[in-house]
Design a protein around this ligand. Sequence first.
Ligand code: AMO
Length: 428
Amino acid sequence: MIKRTHYSSELEGGEEDVTVAGWVHEIRDLGGVAFYVIRDRDGRLQVTLPRKSVDEKLSERFSGVGREDVVAVTGRVKEDDRAPGGFEVVPESLEIVSEAASPLPLDPTGKVGSEMDTRLDNRVMDLRRAEISSIFRVRHEALRLTREFLCSEGFVEVDTPKIVATATEGGTELFPITYFDREAFLNQSPQLYKQMLMAGGLDRVFEVGPIFRAEEHNTRRHLNESTSIDVEAAHHDAGDVMSTLEELILFVESGLTESAAGELEALDRDLEPPEPPLPRVTYGEAVEIAAGEGVDVEWGDDLSTAAERAVGERVGGYYFVTEWPADIKPFYVQSDGDVCHSFDLMRGGLELASGARRVSDVDLLLERIDAQGLDPEGFDFYVDAFRYGVPPHSGWGLGLERLLMSITGAENIRETVLFPRDRRRLSP
Ligand code: AMO
């Protein structure tokens, strides 16, 4: 195997015996001279083949090259302003490493557009487009920055089970599986476990992991498998963990403007990291705004997509919705009369995160489980964890893909996952 010595971003004029490797992005043959644009991880570079002055055999080998073949080219680097990246490679040898079948299922140069379904069916080819792979580099950077921020705030990264015995976010959205001779489920949220770790004394934890929701929705903002960034902190109230969340958003967006500047440019995104404190809109105010815009909503209803959109248009940017009615939030949320210590983080009309102060009193917890019509037996392991001393605690779950929609401007959540799982899609 010929070893690559340089990525396209590493070329310098005058260097000899440089080997570059990648896919053949474009071929322009002008007769006397032919240009082969090679694409690698970092971008594109031009191989210029002056037919008259190169070896005839080499010239012939180049004639056998097709679009999207993988090639390795060894040669000399010349500065040339007209070439992508400002350099061209004049070849001395060529190896066709792997040939691409034809026709291609989609056009990796993006000149010919493709429908979302065709793109996802051929995701590997789709990823060859710079603006698509940029999304996944932004995703990687956003996760790296998230970990950096939470670690610096004293949070410990944990992993909790994904095969579980109980629902946390409502019983109808569970995927059942067979666990030897018993029924089990794919977890909807690490909720119960991250709270139990508060009783275990880890004090501040975070987890980045998959969540599974058997929602029937086939929308631009729902997935059946998504990634949740979860946080739980002892001796924190809802306001405290809201501060952690808004500081995290600021840290990630500011960090991305530096570490993912090129990717954001490829995506045509100009981020304006939001300065805390973010606006706080109470649920009651949100209902008034939505009703004022003609949306059919009353106090006590969950906020519909139309209601969220109306509030998002009025408030703009990132904001929190606070003081929700207790009855529409899960059993583990601490309430104060009719209202509870729960919040959603929104960007425009899109929900990115939700969180709350939790119930830590065992009797109240059992009462709430019962009031929501859940089977208390299924929650024994969780309730029991609170019987031997548990600090008050709060936390949130932030949807990574929703955050990426906000950062990258993707209109469809499927853009932000390599191989999305939705109502119809189980492969690739
Ligand atoms: P919730 O159910 O609101 O709260 O989920 C938290 C966040 O996860 C993301 N999310 C989804 N993203 C894409 N597709 C889905 N089907 C989907 N479902 C959820 C959203 C949402 O805001 N246990 C609580 C969190 C907590 O209180 O700590 C929970 O799971 O961005």
